[in-house]
Design a protein around this ligand. Structure first.
Ligand SMILES: *[C@@H]1O[C@H](CO)[C@@H](O)[C@H](O)[C@H]1NC(C)=O
Ligand SMILES: *[C@@H]1O[C@H](CO)[C@@H](O)[C@H](O)[C@H]1NC(C)=O
Ligand SMILES: *[C@@H]1O[C@H](CO)[C@@H](O)[C@H](O)[C@H]1NC(C)=O
Length: 465
């Protein structure tokens, strides 16, 4: 008996596994990190109920699930992405939304031609300009990020990194040095029809890239190239998000998935299955930590809550001149003169009912809630207007859900990690997706405090790491 116990202990040591009470202290050779855009925390359990044999079910059988995890506020794609890759929130990254960013625009409108899947990436002629050493110079998205990214940290150690997302403007993950990625792969989603089927075909490009990377290959139309299988790689899936925006949920409970939404979920699940199978065939699975964390949710889940309000009415209701307004399922208002603040807030308050406003955040409350201070930081909006859950400030008539706002439907997202050697465990304490960033570095054996955002916001790795 004694001999057997000793052999057993040695086997555990040989596997490099230190796992006391569901804790991972292993140093992984690879981290694969995926965002299923739009996937809520609540969707995971509901999906497992209808698909108990799914890849996600298998991943969770040897994984940690974080059931009360929130993405950044605001929760648009850029701040949501940067939270996971910098460990920091908009007040630190300076990136508040896709289409407002230090009061300039840096989204897909930078492309050479956004109606083409691959038009050559960002057209320098479309970049906003800044004076650099007295010369008028184009500013790339990555130059606007105020703190470094996990991609930069890992790449700076001489390791390969590869990332895929939906616009060339995801250049931002390269971080301020511009050097975070060995390979970026950014087919333009705006070139595709806004349907689940077209988006599945689009997402398949990302999946093909993930599989190529695991062969150490670089797919055509990539920016950069790989020398070897990347140490850190990942990307997003868009089809669930498009399913939520165009078809949505049946209702807020039970099995709420419309056939289209279920089709998108099944596609994502099968794609994760292909990545797992590829990792296994390359004998990399045991040494890879798989992370699934959504950069944003989508609101509303309950279709009866959806409604549209004209964004022009919100702008009008301020009664003062604005420099810029981002309107979505939130409104971020930047004033021409901050002296007009009280007047604008009073006027918005008088229109709460018509504009279906749930909260108006400004002044000291903005700072108290962790949003920063518009008086000292031009990236911070002067006023945040949050509508009732389900209300979108748009006249589009083409969508029934959106993200970017502060509601739980926007922010409470799917978050789990998996490796064959982990013991199934659920963590139900309130967490944030920004904790993914230090988790990635810790899992790879690097120092999380190499990330400035982690130091500034004292961001802890996810529990279990
Ligand atoms: C953009 O691409 C579309 C589709 O290929 C093409 O019809 C259009 O002329 C292009 N626009 C410009 C400005 O080149
Ligand atoms: C939601 O829809 C499902 C499927 O049709 C149904 O079983 C369930 O009872 C519905 N729940 C509510 C609250 O209406
Ligand atoms: C906003 O104000 C302008 C100018 O007063 C007016 O023409 C427009 O109808 C208003 N729009 C809304 C949606 O209230």
């Amino acid at each position: 008996m004694l001999a057997r116990t000793v052999t057993f202990k040695l086997a555990i040591l040989a596997a490099g596994l230190v796992q006391a009470g569901g804790v991972s202290a292993k140093v992984y050779k690879h981290v694969a990190t995926f965002s299923v855009d739009g996937l809520h925390s609540s969707d995971v359990g509901k999906y497992l109920a209808v698909r108990p044999q799914s890849t996600i079910a298998k991943l969770l059988n040897t994984g940690f699930e974080y059931t009360d995890t929130f993405t950044s506020a605001p929760s648009d794609s850029f701040p949501g992405t940067l939270a996971q890759f910098t460990g920091a929130l908009p007040r630190t990254t300076g990136v508040w939304y896709d289409d407002i960013w230090d009061r300039i625009e840096l989204d897909e409108t930078l492309d050479f031609n956004l109606t083409e899947l691959f038009s050559g990436g960002i057209n320098p002629a479309n970049l906003p300009k800044a004076l650099v050493n007295g010369k008028c110079t184009g500013v790339f998205p990555h130059q606007r990020v105020r703190v470094n990214t996990v991609w930069e940290v890992v790449h700076s150690k001489g390791k390969d990194t590869a990332y895929a997302d939906k616009h060339p403007a995801y250049d931002l993950v390269r971080g301020p040095s511009g050097k975070g990625l060995s390979v970026g792969y950014f087919p333009e989603i705006a070139s595709q029809a806004n349907t689940v089927d077209a988006t599945i075909a689009y997402d398949q490009l990302h999946v093909d890239a993930f599989l190529d990377w695991l062969d150490g290959k670089t797919p055509a139309n990539s920016e950069g190239s790989l020398k070897t299988v990347p140490t850190l790689f990942g990307g997003n899936f868009q089809s669930v998000s498009v399913g939520q925006k165009t078809v949505g949920y049946l209702n807020a409970s039970g099995n709420p998935f419309t056939p289209e939404l279920l089709k998108a979920l099944d596609f994502v699940d099968a794609s994760l299955g292909k990545v797992v199978a590829k990792l296994e065939s390359k004998s990399l699975l045991d040494d890879t930590l798989i992370i699934v964390a959504s950069k944003h949710g989508q609101a509303p889940i309950d279709p009866t809550k959806f409604g549209e309000v004209d964004p022009a009415a919100v702008v009008n209701a301020t009664g003062v001149p604005l420099l810029f307004a981002t309107t979505d399922d939130i409104a971020l208002l930047f004033m021409e003169s901050q002296r007009d603040l009280d007047k604008a807030v009073d006027s918005l308050n008088r229109n709460r009912k018509a504009l279906k406003i749930s909260d108006i955040i400004s002044g000291p409350r903005l700072t108290q809630l962790g949003f920063g201070d518009p008086k000292t930081d031009p990236a911070v909006p002067d006023i945040i207007v949050t509508p009732e859950v389900g209300i979108i400030y748009t006249t589009s008539k083409a969508k029934i859900a959106e993200h970017g706002g502060l509601s739980d439907d926007d922010r409470k997202v799917a978050c789990f990690v998996s490796n064959p050697q982990l013991k199934k465990r659920k963590f139900s304490q309130k967490l944030q997706t920004k904790q993914v960033a230090p988790t990635i570095l810790k899992a790879l054996g690097f120092d999380p405090s190499d990330l400035k955002g982690v130091v500034i916001e004292r961001t802890e790795p996810l529990p279990g790491f």
